[in-house]
Each structure stands twice: as C-alpha cells, then as structure tokens.
Design a protein around this ligand. Structure first.
Ligand code: HEM
Length: 245
C-alpha cells in the first residue's frame, strides 16, 4: 500500500482507486457520499469485490469446470480459436464477434451457472404488477436461475449444450437470460466482464488442454446469494507438449 501511495500523483488517476481518492480529497460538502466522513470506501469495496471480482471469478471457475467435463465442447472451441485467432497471436475483443461458438459456450455457462442466481430490489411505492398488489418497501426477489432452467422454456434444461444458441447456419443467436439482471438497474459491468472472460478463456485454451481430475455426475453448485461450483479440480496440460510428444 505504501509503495502504491508513493507512486500516486494527485489528479493524474491511473485507475479507479486513484480517481476515487482524487474525488474524496476534492469533496468539501460534508453531506456528499464522496466526503471523507462518509465511509465511501465501503460501497467501493462491495462494488469491486462482490459485484465485479466474485461474479467474474465464479464464471471463470464454472467455465473451466464445464470445459473439462465436456471435452468435445473444448475441442470445438479450440478449433474455432485456431481458425479465427490462431494459437500465437493474443486474442483481442473484436475477435469475439467472429466466434459464434465461443459466444454460445459462454451463454450456456451463464445459463446453467449464473454467479448471482437471484436479484433483489425494493419496491419504492405501492404498485400493481400482473394483477398482484405490491406494497411500498416490499423486497422483490427475482429468480434468475429458476428461469434459466425452467423446463417450460428450455429443452433439456439440465444438459450443457452450447449448440442450443446456434442457428442452422451456425450463427450465434443471443438468448434471453437474466445473468446480468434486467432493466434499468441491470449490471453496469457486463461489457467489461464479457471482454475479460473472452480474453481469459481463449488465452488459456490457446495454450492448454483442460482435463477433469474426475468425471462428475452432478454439476450443480452451492446455491446461496451467489452460485459457486462445489468442486473444480482440473489438470492443465500444455498444448505444446501434446504437439511435441
Ligand atoms: C460475470 C460477471 C458479472 C455478472 C454475472 C454480474 C451480474 C450482475 C447482476 C445480476 C446485477 C444485479 C442486476 C439487478 O439487480 O437487476 C449486477 C449489478 C451490478 N454489477 Fe455486475 N455482474 C458481473 C460483473 C460485473 C463487473 C465486472 C462490474 C464492474 C466493473 C459489475 C458491477 C456491477 C454494479 C456496480 C452493479 C449494480 C448496478 C446498479 O445497482 O445499478 N458487475 N451485476
């Protein structure tokens, strides 16, 4: 922390933390959420640690688990990566648009393993929704996960099948999922998360094959406020090694 602070130059932010420190130092209005008396760092840590890091790392873990358990999906994805990006060049965000299978795989991970399975909102006034009276201050819980595995909506809802999001010409068809919430308060970090996950997964698959430590019968996770996989033990084998063997 000391090293970090020594290298900081006021009003020349290098990142979000510097920008927030500049804002707190510049705020004189004691009622502002940015005033130094207002515990501004608490919501900052909730946003960064829970909203951004926990969700993205959960998806990374689930993706690795699914890829290890479904080698045919992994192989097809590696073939798409080889064709579109190659195995030497670093992936860049614009490659994603030319990778329908990658997009289908990620959506299928999001469908079966939404990092935030429920959404919570408070009703700000008495209202009526689809004929139901809802009182002001009621807590409304959205069951995102339940929707993702609703048998009335999805064929074989428990099966991991990225192909469900490809049309007959193998184009990606974006599904209606609630992984990032819905409406005006949906996730503001969706774009960052999708880009980060793309770079993370394609870079790993360029260099490694992923094998499961053991085949799992049940790919359900721990359902709490978040949704984490119970066990994610995998083996990474460098692809260079495979080629040179
Ligand atoms: C796979 C990764 C992510 C998932 C699945 C995810 C999911 C969600 C969900 C479900 C919500 C609640 C939406 C609602 O209440 O309707 C939300 C809100 C939010 N997310 Fe994300 N998120 C992810 C990554 C990120 C990242 C990377 C950031 C920041 C860079 C971020 C920042 C936020 C913030 C600040 C909110 C609150 C928005 C508001 O209340 O207006 N999220 N996210």
């Amino acid at each position: 922390m000391e090293v970090y602070l020594e290298s900081r130059v006021q009003n020349q932010p290098r990142n979000y933390t510097d920008a927030l420190m500049d804002k707190i130092e510049a705020t004189t209005d004691a009622t502002s959420v940015f005033h130094s008396s207002q515990n501004t760092w608490v919501p900052f840590f909730i946003d960064v640690l829970l909203a951004a890091i926990e969700t993205t790392s959960s998806t990374q873990e689930w993706s690795i688990l699914f890829l290890s358990q479904f080698p045919e999906v992994q192989k097809r994805l590696q073939a798409e990566i080889s064709e579109v990006i190659g195995n030497v060049k670093c992936p860049v965000g614009s490659d994603r648009d030319r990778m329908p299978y990658f997009q289908a795989v990620l959506e299928e991970v999001f469908r079966l393993a939404p990092p935030l399975p429920f959404g919570f909102h408070k009703c700000t006034e008495d209202t009526k929704l689809m004929g139901v009276d809802i009182k002001k201050n009621s807590l409304i819980v959205f069951n995102f996960f339940g929707n993702h595995i609703d048998p009335d909506k999805w064929e074989d809802p428990d099966i991991f099948k990225p192909e469900r999001f490809l049309d007959g010409d193998q184009n990606f068809v974006k599904p209606e999922l609630f992984t990032f919430g819905y409406g005006r308060r949906s996730c503001i970090g969706e774009h960052v998360a999708r880009s980060q996950l793309f770079i993370f997964l394609t870079s790993i698959l360029q260099s490694f094959n992923i094998y499961p430590e053991k085949k799992l019968d049940n790919l359900r996770g721990n359902l709490t406020i978040g949704y984490r996989c119970v066990e994610c033990k995998v083996i990474f084998e460098p692809r260079d090694k495979v080629k040179s063997d």
